[in-house]
Ligand binder design. Structure first.
Ligand code: ZN
Length: 388
């Protein structure tokens, strides 16, 4: 048994506990989080840590199979420019290089304090690395086909990939502009208890494509030599055109939300009862050099969580680096809220009950945050160290 104490211990179910004692058994399972009065009644051999003890982070959105592309894609080219570089480049590497980079990505996540990850897969490249990593994983097998005539074929190949996946996994749509209503409905009807994820309103062009049929999404389809002349824009934006086809009880992660208005947010919350708004701010800076309006989401009190996206559009796979960006741009958001987004909310979005908080019986990992403060927030030089 280990008895861990610190200036502050954070868990979403208790908030901050000052001078509390976290009791961990030798298998990394939480026995109890004791308040100081109760801890004082026992004479415990405590280990003191200078900083904030927190459950391991949950990275709700990553693409480990793109880890070999760190630094390979030019920043700030916008979503179409990014995709035009990514699509040919991702296949210019050997299988061994891709799988080795995925394994290094898993290690980077774990060493950076991440306990669980929601990871997108289009191929088998990340499966082995995730299986042999201490990370808890939910794999999203990502499907794309804007043309409804391809929906059946794409579902079949998705199911084949799903059968090869050794972790908990579910089929998921890529993004509004790359999936037809028919494919969305087929995906939503599959694997009922599992979470869903979709990239949402990452660029202004996505809304434009659905509202008017014009803009940079067309540039991407021209580059890919895919004829979409048959496409009729529905006249409502990307989120409003997509969400009605995904109305299930399943947790749904909306990833990015950079161009989601307050009206969109409020409307979406009335439509779907299990929404999770996932932010990947460093990827937004890398690709679009724009950020979501974090305060808008905070003020509405909706469930937010954090991802890193891939190393093709990020310099690290560190959740703390993502929190630093949010803290710098929205300093009014309290530290406890940011930590909730980075832990328990991600666990709920991914449906992984054993991580994200220090509830007895769970195994969330334990990390030590330095350079963070309940009143002043997260400093630019804050650091994270894994304790358990
Ligand atoms: Zn992504």
């Amino acid at each position: 048994m280990r008895y861990l104490t610190a200036n502050l211990i954070y868990s979403a179910h208790t908030g901050f506990v000052k001078n509390g004692v976290l009791v961990m058994n030798n298998n990394g399972v939480v026995e109890e989080l004791l308040h100081p009065e109760k801890a004082a009644a026992y004479s415990l051999q405590t280990e003191f840590f200078d900083g904030v003890l927190c459950p391991g982070f949950v990275n709700a959105h990553c693409h480990l199979e793109l880890s070999h592309l760190r630094g390979a894609i030019a920043p700030h080219t916008g979503f179409a420019g990014f995709a035009k570089e990514l699509i040919p480049k991702r296949n210019q590497y050997g299988d061994q290089e891709i799988t080795a980079a995925a394994a290094a990505g898993c290690a980077e996540l774990y060493n950076g304090g991440t306990q669980a990850v929601g990871d997108i897969a289009n191929t088998t490249h990340s499966f082995h690395a995730k299986l042999h990593s201490p990370l808890r994983v939910h794999t999203f097998i990502e499907l794309l086909a804007l043309n409804p005539a391809l929906a059946g074929k794409v579902m079949e190949s998705g199911k084949a990939l799903l059968n090869e996946c050794p972790q908990p996994a579910s089929l998921t749509p890529h993004a509004p502009y790359s999936v037809s209503p028919l494919l969305l409905q087929s995906i939503a009807a599959s694997h009922h208890a599992m979470p869903l994820s979709i990239h949402n309103q990452e660029s202004r062009a996505e809304n434009e494509f659905f509202e008017t049929g014009r803009g940079r999404v067309n540039e991407l389809y021209e580059f890919l030599n895919i004829d979409i002349s048959w496409f009729t824009p529905p006249g409502t934006n990307a989120l409003r055109s997509t969400l009605p086809h995904l109305l299930t009880q399943r947790p749904l992660l909306l990833v990015h939300n950079t161009f989601t208005s307050l009206a969109d947010l409020q409307w979406a919350e009335t439509q779907h009862k299990n929404l999770h708004w996932c932010f990947c701010p460093n990827a937004n800076l890398y690709i679009e050099n724009t950020l979501p309006d974090f305060m808008q989401f905070y003020r509405q009190g909706v469930r937010c969580c954090i991802g890193t996206d891939s190393l093709a559009s990020n310099h690290s796979l560190s959740i703390l680096d993502e929190l630093k960006v949010i803290a710098a741009h929205a300093p009014e958001i309290p530290l406890a809220t940011l930590l909730q987004w980075a832990t328990a909310n991600g666990a709920a979005a991914l449906n992984i009950a054993e991580v994200g908080s220090f509830t007895p019986g769970s195994s969330p990992g334990v990390i030590l945050l330095r350079g963070v403060d309940e009143h002043t927030g997260i400093s630019a030089d804050a650091s994270v160290e894994r304790i358990y």
